[in-house]
Design a protein around this ligand. Structure first.
Ligand code: PLP
Length: 386
């Protein structure tokens, strides 16, 4: 157990020292010790491929799934691996076989790739997409619940709800939302791409129909490591996007083999969880929340703008409005993001509520000095944009 965080442990990662990395939320960053474990698995695989795939992989994969399940308060049979959250959400949504007249509900801050999946499947089926508005900035729990409740009708086939919203970093009141959907008789898919490692999770207690998550973000697993949790009564009709040898043999058999691929990211996950817990686990999540809260306050004060979330809806990310008089569009957001990258700053930018918002992340290797550096160089970057 090490208590040293911030710059004192940055040597655990290969992060570019010339870059201000304030964006663990997009792709995570995998520490050296986890990459070494992934490499060990790859060497094992290549030392005798058939022995590995035929004899060793099935057990090793289930063991890794069991470790992830334990982290989620669940058991190995509840959890399957998927390469990423997009694929997990696709598996659930494609398994529904939507009909004309069905309604699919999502929130206005939905992740764009999942929105596209919903649109595509709705178009194919003649189903309708219904959007529950999340007012921004600083929405309150009651308004979010009311807006979701009002968007539910007798035709709602599924509610797809982000646990932590991507563009705005809001930790939605997911336990209340799941309860609301359950009372209304609406199945709920939680897109928890940002959940594991940002907030404590007990999935059997939350009891969603499906929960999809990533491990390459806040658990710092190698890229291409996600999970799909399905409640017992939801497994029979659930199939992976790619049908393979396990078809008809049950949830884990179907998802454990979807064709030959490199499974080393999944197998290195227990090492990533061990690293995360060595850094503090629950205490690390609380420390990251405190750090990003302080950082957002610092930035908003320096820029004379505002923060996007109330404190109770923050995890390890926070949005701060940028003082930019430019159009609130995706193309302009990309222009701002490129300008930040050119200044060696990695922090995503999203157009929301008529403004431009910077999404900060706080992870173990960050410390308040990083955000002070950002505050010092932002005015110069922004001045060149208007
Ligand atoms: C809410 C949400 N869903 C899904 C994804 C997609 O994750 P992945 O790239 O692992 O598929 C993201 C990624 O940022 C996200 O924020």
């Amino acid at each position: 157990m090490t208590n040293a965080l911030g710059a004192a442990i940055r040597h655990e990662w290969d992060l570019d020292p010339d870059f201000l990395t304030l964006n663990h939320g997009s792709y995570g960053a995998t520490p050296r010790v986890v990459l070494a474990e992934q490499d060990r698995w790859r060497r094992r695989m290549e030392s005798q491929p058939t022995r590995f795939f035929f004899l060793e992989l099935p057990g090793a994969l289930r063991e890794a799934a069991g470790r992830m399940a334990g982290f989620l308060g669940a058991t190995a049979e509840d959890v399957a691996f998927v390469p990423n959250a997009t694929t997990g959400c696709n598996a659930v949504l494609r398994s529904l076989h939507l009909q004309a007249g069905d309604e699919i509900l999502h929130v206005s801050h939905v992740y764009n790739a999942v929105r596209n999946t919903i649109l595509h499947l709705a178009e194919q089926a003649g189903a309708t997409v219904v959007v529950a508005e999340i007012p921004f900035p600083r929405p309150d729990v009651a308004t979010i619940l009311t807006n979701i409740e009002r968007a539910i009708t007798k035709r709602t086939r599924i509610a797809v709800i982000d646990h932590i919203t991507s563009p705005s970093g809001l930790v939605l009141p997911i336990a209340d939302i799941i309860r609301l959907c359950r009372t209304a008789g609406v199945p709920i898919l939680v897109d928890g791409a940002h959940g594991a490692g940002q907030v404590p999770l007990d999935l059997p207690a939350l009891d969603p129909d499906w929960y999809v998550g990533t491990c390459h973000k806040w658990l710092s697993a190698p890229k291409g490591c996600g999970f799909l949790y399905a409640r017992g009564d939801r497994r029979a009709e659930l199939h992976p996007v790619t049908i393979s040898h396990g078809y008809g043999q049950g949830f884990t058999a179907e998802f454990d083999w979807t064709g030959t691929t490199d499974p080393s990211a999944y197998l290195a996950l227990p090492a990533a969880i061990a690293f995360f817990e060595r850094l503090g686990g629950v205490a690390l999540m609380a420390r990251n929340k405190a750090l990003v809260t302080e950082a957002a306050a610092l930035l908003a004060a320096e820029l004379r703008t505002e923060i996007g979330a109330l404190p109770e809806m923050m995890g390890s990310m926070a949005s701060v409005r940028l003082p930019l008089g430019i159009e609130s569009t995706r193309s302009e957001a990309i222009r701002v993001r490129r300008a930040l990258q050119a200044a060696n700053v990695d922090s995503p930018v999203h157009p929301l509520a008529g403004g431009m918002w910077l999404r900060l992340s706080a992870y173990a290797y960050n410390e308040i000095a990083d955000y002070e550096r950002l505050a010092a160089l932002l005015p110069g970057v922004l001045a060149r944009l208007t």
